[in-house]
Design a protein around this ligand. Structure first.
Ligand code: AHR
Length: 503
């Protein structure tokens, strides 16, 4: 049996829980939009063609923000193709995913959909094949009240009120050789700065995200961030990070500890951003938008886009079927994001429906929850108030990729208004349970409200449309009061949420 001791103290605060941490991502990729969120003719579709069963699951998931429309897709996207009368919208070749884009769903549909889902939009701009002029035109169409050509086009298309989109991504993964229009860091940094300056003439309060390296392991990592920020530091607010995880071979111990990589990635980018800031003697802090993260089996066959003459409409791409182990990893990644909430102020799980997603659909049929749905939904619902800096001590475990790491990872939030203290924990060890002691300091523990666990068994089980729901959280009966704190046992390879009432 491994052991861990955690000390929760409401005086040890990291930052208020950023609600934008629980964002997601909708890309025109595979079946995320078409037969995902949008399927006119589906039995649950509303007058706009939005699937009602999917909207209900999105609300249950507790998503707060949605990044749109890509991803790699955005780098050759013409936003104008997706607005105006449906029968006049052109079908286009999508160079990123080798698919045919019908443009039946575009900006106005997206704006209506986010309204119904009650989420905040994050709009990504094409800085691959396009530039500053088109970015500002899109901004005028989306956010200007009226009286100008493009704002009046929006009004003519049925949206009298501007959309008021606050968060904008200045391109996507602009260092990636797979990206249409990839650039060098200096080129991109200058373009991002120029576009940001132009956008701020329209609205100086917009929140602008510059592209970081497309992942931690990129050869560009580090110098890219430094060079882009050297060009654009004063003009942008956030820098983006992307990371996808999957087991390498049979190295499950490292996979279960994927949050180590996320921690190191965030810390590294924070250090680079602060060093650029220090050289400029700036008092401004660049925040982090972890705007693509998830488990993704990138080596799986269905991920391969079609090629050659074949340009299908909404082919099934990147449709990973997640296991219970994947759900545990997703729970662990959310712990890492919360722990860094003083710097990570926005994050998007990639993606929302069908494409490496917590929600799956059958065209014309049902919508259902993948295993990874559950830790996300519970964390989004119960991580409230302020993130606490949890003091941790206990057993360690060795991993091939990250060396010796804590066997139990944890973070806690404290909602001062309700007195609720919620602890999110992961036992990252495959075969050994962990006995955890949670001590509350600086507050009085009044009761255990709830303790639920995902995992611990059937790690390879996956959900299907007909059930059972393998990763549905089940009560953890081991949690009990012990002195001024709580004791509980975490099964091997499991994610747990412990909700406490304190005064
Ligand atoms: O989310 C899938 C793809 O992963 C996105 O289009 C791209 O930005 C990233 O490489």
């Amino acid at each position: 049996m491994n052991t861990a001791r955690l000390i929760l103290d409401p005086r040890r605060r990291v930052a208020p829980v950023p609600r934008r941490l629980f964002g997601s991502f909708v890309e025109h990729l595979g079946r995320c939009v078409y037969t995902g969120i949008y399927e006119p003719g589906h039995p649950t579709a509303d007058a706009d063609g939005f699937r009602g069963d999917v909207l209900a699951l999105v609300r249950e998931l507790g998503v707060t923000t949605i990044r749109y429309p890509g991803g790699n897709f955005v780098s050759s996207y013409r936003w104008e193709d997706g607005v105006g009368p449906l029968d006049q919208r052109p079908a286009r070749l999508d160079l990123a995913w080798h698919s045919l884009e019908t443009n039946a769903f575009g900006l106005d549909e997206f704006a209506r959909w986010v309204d119904k889902a009650d989420v905040e939009p994050i709009m990504a701009l094409n800085l691959g094949t396009r530039g500053t002029a088109e970015a500002v035109e899109l901004l005028e169409y989306a956010n200007h009240r009226g009286g100008s050509h493009l704002a009046d086009r929006r009004r003519d298309n049925g949206a009298a009120d501007p959309y008021g989109i606050r968060l904008w991504c200045l391109g996507n993964e602009m260092d990636g050789p797979w990206q249409v229009g990839a650039r060098t860091a200096a080129e991109y940094g200058r373009l991002a700065a120029q576009t940001a300056k132009a956008m701020r003439r329209f609205d100086p309060t917009l929140e602008l995200i510059a592209c970081g390296s497309s992942h931690f392991g990129m050869p560009t990592f580090g110098t890219w961030e430094r060079d882009v920020l050297t060009e654009a530091y004063d003009d942008i607010d956030l820098i983006s990070l992307h990371a996808y995880y999957q087991p390498v071979g049979d190295d499950l111990p490292s996979f279960l500890a994927s949050a180590e990589d996320m921690d190191r990635y965030i810390d590294a980018v924070t250090a680079i951003a602060d060093s650029v800031g220090a050289i400029r003697r700036s008092t401004k802090k660049i925040m982090i938008a972890f705007d693509e993260w998830n488990v993704w089996y990138q080596s799986a066959a269905p991920s391969t886009p079609p090629s050659g003459e074949d340009w299908p409409v909404a082919p099934p791409l990147l449709e990973d079927h997640y296991s219970v182990a994947d759900a545990v990893v997703v729970g662990g990644l959310l712990i890492s994001l919360l722990r860094h909430s003083d710097r990570v102020t926005a994050a998007c799980q990639a993606q929302l429906v069908n494409v490496i997603a917590p929600i799956m659909t059958e065209p014309g049929g049902s919508a259902w929850r993948q295993t990874i749905f559950h830790p996300f939904a519970r964390t989004a619902r119960h991580a409230r108030g302020t993130v606490l800096d949890v003091l941790r001590a206990g057993s360690t475990t060795s991993t091939e990729r990250y060396g010796e790491v804590d066997a139990v990872d944890a973070v806690s939030t404290w909602d001062e208004s309700s007195g609720e203290m919620t602890v999110f924990l992961v036992n990252r060890v495959l075969a050994t349970p962990a006995e955890v002691t949670v001590d509350v300091s600086g507050a009085q523990l009044a009761a255990i409200i709830e303790c639920v666990t995902v995992g611990g068994a059937d790690l390879d089980a996956r959900n299907t449309p007909d059930g059972p729901d393998h990763a549905a959280p089940r009560p953890n009966e081991t949690a009990h009061r012990a002195g001024a704190g709580v004791r509980l046992t975490l099964p091997p390879a499991s994610w747990t949420m412990l909700r406490l009432q304190a005064t």
